[in-house]
Design a protein around this ligand. Structure first.
Ligand SMILES: [Fe+2]
Length: 252
């Protein structure tokens, strides 16, 4: 199974991130993943038209699409404008989702906290535990904020809280997720929560520099990127795909 993950589009009226999304979706239309998961921060500043434009773009992809909000999203606008694209576990409240593609369970946990940039998993562990109870097939778990420190202070202040409780809940299950796949960091990186791999997806808006604590803000040339999770009988491989640059116009 090939599960594409895009994250942190942060569409604004200047439309540059929307154009990056359009190039990513064009790539995916040819690639034909089995499903696409969007892990939050679709639009900045509650711009309703931005959600409409994203919905139009995502509808052109011929596969199931699952959507989580990020801390920058307006959950009400996102639900109403993307209702024809994604489905959620409940008609109101947290925007969790649970889907399946050929036996692979795709589980999205909405850990956003209204009015805050950090996330918190604690209020949602009951839902997660029941959503994954008695699961007999592989699971990929998606969240917006990652449940660990990434070494960048400004991001660590707004990480997902109560990661220990999340680990305890996951370890109590018969089958742990193959991985937890997140956004929010605007850089692809991998780590672990206990023994469970955690991968963050790059952003479709310009990536963050590698501002590791105590280190200089050195220039980097990272491009906007997304992930393709390849789930096989042997396990999971997560590929980073950089967005192709727009074609240059020629004058002759
Ligand atoms: Fe975020």
């Amino acid at each position: 199974m090939l599960i594409a993950q895009i994250s942190d589009i942060h569409v604004t009226p200047d439309l540059s991130s929307l154009q990056t999304l359009e190039r990513a979706i064009d790539w995916l239309k040819t690639f034909r993943p089995d499903a696409l998961v969007v892990t939050g921060d679709l639009v900045d500043d509650g711009w309703r038209q931005g959600y409409r434009l994203i919905a139009e773009c995502l509808r052109s992809l011929d596969c199931p699409v699952h959507l989580l909000p990020g801390n920058g999203d307006d959950a009400f606008l996102m639900r109403s404008e993307l209702a024809a694209v994604g489905t959620w576990a409940a008609a109101a409240g947290p925007m969790h989702f649970r889907g399946a593609v050929n036996g692979l369970i795709l589980c999205g946990l909405d850990v956003t906290v209204a009015g805050q940039s950090y996330g918190d998993v604690l209020p949602h562990l009951h839902w997660l535990t029941s959503a994954l109870a008695d699961v007999k097939t592989p699971v990929l778990l998606f969240m917006h904020q990652p449940p660990f420190k990434v070494g960048i202070e400004s991001l660590d202040q707004v990480r997902c809280r109560n990661d220990g409780a999340l680990l305890g809940a996951l370890e109590a299950m018969d089958r742990q997720p193959l991985a937890i796949a997140c956004g929010h960091v605007h850089r692809p990186l991998s780590g672990r929560l206990g023994s469970i791999p955690v991968q963050t997806c790059g952003s479709l808006c310009p990536p963050n520099p590698l501002l590791l604590d105590g280190r200089a803000d050195l220039p980097v040339a990272d491009a906007p990127s997304f992930l393709v999770h390849d789930v096989t009988d042997a396990g999971l491989l997560s590929h980073v795909v950089s967005i192709p640059a727009p074609r240059e116009r020629t004058t002759d």
